[in-house]
Design a protein around this ligand. Structure first.
Ligand code: C5P
Length: 215
């Protein structure tokens, strides 16, 4: 039997995570937040004080890590690091190590292990292009950098954190540029993905579009 997979790719802040969770809940499927895997690997690199450009050392480190997601928390070698993986320092380190082919190769199998019955909803940058090229349905969510930064600002203020919109726009643009221009698994829609611009849509509208397409 082939296990059904739905992929949701796109840039930071396009709303992939929320839609992926809603969809996995509705279908009763497993969920892969591939960005969280890259983020945990980046935290490990920082902890081990490995240079973020040292591809060989990073790739050698990855198989030694115990990366787990359970009870809604991200775990690295027995420590909960859920909070740590969400800050902008980690996001920036993550997109640096994610540009390295050997790092991506080292994380490929771990990601594919999430593909289990009854099905998987996978969100990230290359779910439809590289990790699950045979996925049943593929989506690519996008929105302008300004809108994505505004959403991020709202999220932060809900967590009692503050930031400047212009800083967030700059960070998002820098990360997009790195993710889009890297030679391996760049951020781009799969040829067979449905592209949804979420700039003028709310969550419910995006979710309805996705459900309509799947049905
Ligand atoms: O999705 P999230 O913002 O958590 O991803 C953090 C970073 O991890 C991205 O900016 C990207 O560099 C990297 N990433 C990736 N491939 C994925 C998921 C995330 O390169 N499938």
């Amino acid at each position: 039997t082939t296990i059904p997979v739905i992929t949701i790719d796109g840039p930071a802040g396009a709303g992939k995570g929320t839609i992926a969770c809603m969809l996995a809940d509705k279908l009763g499927w497993h969920m892969l937040d591939s960005g969280a895997i890259y983020r945990v690997a980046a935290v490990a690199a920082l902890r081990h004080k490995i240079n973020l450009q040292d591809e060989t050392a990073l790739a050698a480190m990855i198989p030694t890590l115990n990366i787990e997601f359970k009870n809604g928390e991200a775990w690295l070698d027995g420590d909960i690091i859920t909070g740590e993986i969400r800050n902008e320092t980690c996001a920036s380190a993550t997109s640096q190590i994610a540009a390295l082919p050997a790092v991506r190769a080292a994380l490929l199998e771990l990601q594919r292990r999430f593909c289990q019955l009854p099905g998987l909803v996978a969100d990230g940058r290359d779910m439809g292009t590289v990790v699950f090229p045979d996925a049943t349905h593929k989506f690519y969510l996008t929105a302008s950098a300004e809108i994505r930064a505004e959403r991020r600002l709202k999220q932060l203020s809900q967590q009692g954190l503050s930031a400047k919109l212009c800083d967030l726009i700059q960070e998002i643009n820098a990360r997009d540029e790195r993710d889009t221009n890297r030679p391996v698994a760049p951020l781009k829609p799969a040829a067979d993905a449905l592209v949804i611009d979420t700039s003028s849509l709310d969550q419910a509208e995006v979710f309805a579009t996705v459900l309509h397409y799947i049905a």
